[in-house]
Design a protein around this ligand. Sequence first.
Ligand SMILES: *Cc1c(COP(=O)(O)O)cnc(C)c1O
Length: 402
Amino acid sequence: MTSPLLPVFARAELSFEKGEGPWLYGRDGQRYLDFGAGIAVNALGHAHPRLVKALTEQASKIWHTSNLYQIPEGERLARRLVENTFADVVFFTNSGAEANEAAVKMARRYHYVNGHPERFHIITFEGAFHGRTLATIAAGGQAKYLEGFGPKVEGFDQVPFNDLGALKAAIGPQTAALMIEPIQGESGVRPVDAAFMKELRALCDQHGLLLIFDEVQTGVGRTGKLFAYELTGVKPDIMSVAKGIGGGFPMGACLATAEAAKGMTVGTHGTTFGGNPLAMAVGSAVLDVVLEPGFLQEVERKGLLLKQRLAELKDRHPGIIAEVRGQGLIMGIRTIVPNTDFIAAARAQKLILVAAGDNVVRLLPPLIISDADITEAFNRLDAACAAMEAELKKTAQPGAAQ
Ligand SMILES: *Cc1c(COP(=O)(O)O)cnc(C)c1O
């Protein structure tokens, strides 16, 4: 039976009917340990009681009013984000790409109101992923996402990752901002050097540019900090957030300093759904949990534990694993075998992982993962690696397989 869904995704032959914490219950009757969390979205796992309560209580009161009226739930969430970050103002969106669109528009508009409409170019970095809208595929600059979709949106210049010389050479009279993920997620969990981050800030200050961090994947506790920029102490002027902030409810946000946002006056930007009361109630509940004393320290501790276990796994299976990298609960395993084979072998052990570029497998467990479930994941990964090794042995010695 062919599906009526637009076939843009290569979907696995697997669906789920229920989730509980880090566990997913498949319609195949099997229970899976979820180390993908819907690509870093289900920050508090599945069916977290606080989120279920927030959503159902809000659902019985009011779902949607439009942004023509005050939305107190959004005021509260924005205030909490402002109190806990570099930012002064927040614009709520429905997705990461829309948060980035808002960031790009804001940066262009900042220079426009400063009397420099010619400064609309944003410098981005090779391997970047910023979303799938026309502007964000131009920002990401990846040929495979741009192909066939007409002229690339103007005003995005790309330079190599962690290459200061190339970056300096690319800054010109038209440059408005630099935009970067503190850890590149989609292209393979590639962290930006701390020293490079500091250089970015210095260059922005020197040339009057805005610094935009895309924390759609790294934000809301994923790295053990509320936002990854806290790891280096380098503050952006504008930051996009999505994925984890809704814990599974679709929402995003663009945060900024008052200065960076000064061009965004009444009527310059908008959204129908963004900041809707349902999203705001759930987002508030997510933040309440993540900001509870000790929660982020626990994420940091569990991230270290996971990293240690993965280093052990690499030592045990040097023919399968080339490198382990990442921070907190966004970890990448660069594999020697095709990463898709690794993911399939893990799925056979009922462990869910996510592919990334650079032949990397991402581990993105919910932030509420327990030590016992990290050990469980290790055991399943160990079994998956052993199964792949047995396969490799068979193909290396065809005679032995008979
Ligand atoms: C997922 C992602 C996006 C796009 O988010 P959508 O909600 O799919 O639009 C943008 N930037 C980064 C870093 C991401 O990981």
